[in-house]
Design a protein. Sequence first.
Lengths: 168, 430
Amino acid sequence: MSDRSKLIATGKPFKFDKKYDTEFERLVKRYPSRESMILPALWLVQEQEGWVCEEAIGYVADRIGTFASKVYEVATFYTMMNLHPVGKYHICVCRTLSCWLRGKQEIVNYFRDELNLTPGKTTEDKKFSLEEVECLGHCGSAPVLQINGEFYENMDVDKVKKLLATFK
Amino acid sequence: MQEAKILSAKFAIKNSNKLTVAKKNGAYQTLDKLFSSKQGEVIEVVKNSGLRGRGGAGFPTGMKWSFLPKGLDKPVYLAVNADESEPGTFKDRYILALDPHLLIEGIIIACYAINSHDAYIYIRGEYTTQRIVLQEAIDEAYKAGLLGKKVGKQNYRIDITIHRGGGAYICGEETALLESIEGKKGQPRSKPPFPAVEGLYACPTIINNVQSIASLPWIIQNGAMAYKRYGIESATGTHLFGISGHVEKPGVYELPFGLPLLDVINEMAGGVWKGRKLKGVIPGGSSCPILTPEEAATATLDYASMAEHKTMFGSGGIVVLDETVSMPELTLNLIQFYHHESCGQCTPCREGLGWMEKILKKILGGDAETKDLNLVRELCDNIEGKTVCVLAAACTMPVRALLDKYRDEFEALLKPEPASATTEAPAEQE
């Protein structure tokens, strides 16, 4: 497991864009406690920036009115929170049970051999990053990839090749 | 063998996630009947239907509802568990994406029955497209007055909020789920107090699985007796079985409880793929102990039969393994999952599963001896039952079964025993 305790500072202040500001205000009314907004707000940060930087932790804490340590605790616990920048296309390969049984390793090997891309790493041109993740809940159409939120089912090396060619 | 389409009736209909299409095909027809009934009557119908929780534990839904304390001056919350993350389980996703209005209608029924006005759907973070479809359905339902301040002829207020998880399997555990909604790490709480007494925001809370909730509209519409005509006495109704792994036609199939496991694998999922032989079946998600082909031949798809076979019905996520599978490698794959997903709260789980992973790697690397194999087995016994929740047991139970039922495969990887220097040859008797 990679170290999920370190945060990276950008050196620039963080702020929600108007779109995410509006969404924050809509969501905060849905909970009797403002602290319930920690994880939803971190999701909004990630949607806006692609990852969660140190400045965003403080910003979220201030918006909610809680301690930065509480936001830090949540951000480091939930593995979907990217604590470092990821590639333009963030590729998650399911590594568990049914995807393993139906050939996920061949796909991981393809990324390693053809793109010099191993789990946890980003290509030099920052186009692709790879992550092996636990069960994605698509066992009936294994092996499965999730790229920037979209699912790609019943994959094999040939399909991955064709798919990557469509990503500019 | 044919599917019994109660939950999946609208799955094949185009745009079934849209309100107009869903309504044309029977959605929200129970609401008049619902709001003409007393809340206690609704609970009785659900109790009488025999519906058991579809998340994995199989606890009777109506009975769970009746644990709510009466006459408290606190709000009651409904938390819908859509954190489907157990390897081999992918059924709730179909409901979320293909018939979200069935879930919303079920939530209206459940909220009314338990006197709740606020439901939270905790959906796993990875279900991105499913969450968007579900949110659109909720928005449509609000606009149509099916959710909001005045629902039905009793002007009953119901609000539904989707809460996104962040990639933590443990949040499918009901108290970890509540912690997560409260804005904390997903670490399970000690029970008691049980959530029905002190749950979300320290208020009475019912946590139900997506499929349990989605079963409610049919039950209310057709009655408890009609529901009991499906399945067997100890397991009534239908279940969405997810069949995956080495079969010709993996997928989700809705079937009544009680059917023979191998018949379902062969007739619905096309049997073991590529004409290969069966090596084992994980019957209900990765935490359920594996069945050998001989055991699988006598098992039926219900709670009692699985218990007789010393495994669990679980979530109905059936994973089929063909003859080529290396059981030690499978064991490592499972241990890595649970070790990664341990929330870190209890030492036996956080550290113990890590040690199991290390020893398995040693075995697979050809560096282990019999004592290492015995140590994994011993760790299983020492970890289990010593933690706040059952995540660790969800790892040790299947690992123990794999070690015991396929031991020769593990032994084949061990180093030959060194000739012991201390053992003396027995003295020859003259």
